[in-house]
Design a protein. Sequence first.
Length: 199
Amino acid sequence: MKRVLVICGLFLIMATPSQAKKGLDASAGKDAFETCRGCHSTPNYSNVAPVFYVPKIGGQRKAYLASALMSYKHENRARTSMLANSENLTEDMAVAISQYIEVSAGKVTKAGYTGGDAKKGEALAATCTGCHTGDLKDGMTAPILAGQHGNYLVKVMQDYQSGVRKDAVMQSMVGAFSEDELKDIAAYFANQKGLSIVK
Ligand code: HEC
Ligand code: HEC
């Protein structure tokens, strides 16, 4: 028992300096974000193969952003250009960058076209909006989808279906939809006012 206490005590002492290091904030995040601007601050910047617009992240929730960055690092998401951008990120730095992104919404531009039917999508998305609200201030942790590029939303829902992107909840939420239904859902969210590029 005594040994456990000693170990706990040591841990507390060791934990203190790293608490102090949490001085990383949005301004450190802003500096680190410079390498990301080419893709995430350029309106309608398109990925080449497959073709989809790079996701809008300006105004996205910081808790989600930090967890998304760690997902690339831990390979729960596809080995795209984002793996190279996240490979050496520490958790503290991911949090700092995410703080900067959340408060740095740029001009809201029209979302990429999906070809889906937004009205049908609204009915299909009735089970989604409890988690995917558009309001930054409501304390939710799921990503905001409002204003996201439609072709990115379709692509990423297909990634959940194929298991290229791993998340148990989302894989079960979108597993049964057809491609047309995914396009309808994407059109519904893409047509809303919300996310932007990072200014
Ligand atoms: C070469 C272009 C490129 C660069 C540079 C880049 N990204 Fe990305 N980013 C992408 C693409 C493409 C995706 C979508 C990947 C996927 O399919 O999951 C993405 C996805 C993301 C996501 C997840 C968005 C979501 O809605 O889930 C975050 C967060 C992100 N990037 C942050 C960053 C940060 C922070 C940096 C710099 C450290 C960065 N990106 C650099 C292209 C880029
Ligand atoms: C219980 C809460 C919850 C429900 C309900 C839910 N989601 Fe999600 N969704 C999440 C979370 C958490 C994530 C982030 C998972 C990750 O990091 O991969 C997510 C991620 C997503 C993404 C990826 C966003 C991005 O920026 O990459 C899409 C698209 C999405 N959900 C669509 C839907 C749709 C469509 C429905 C309804 C059919 C739905 N979700 C229902 C919690 C939920």
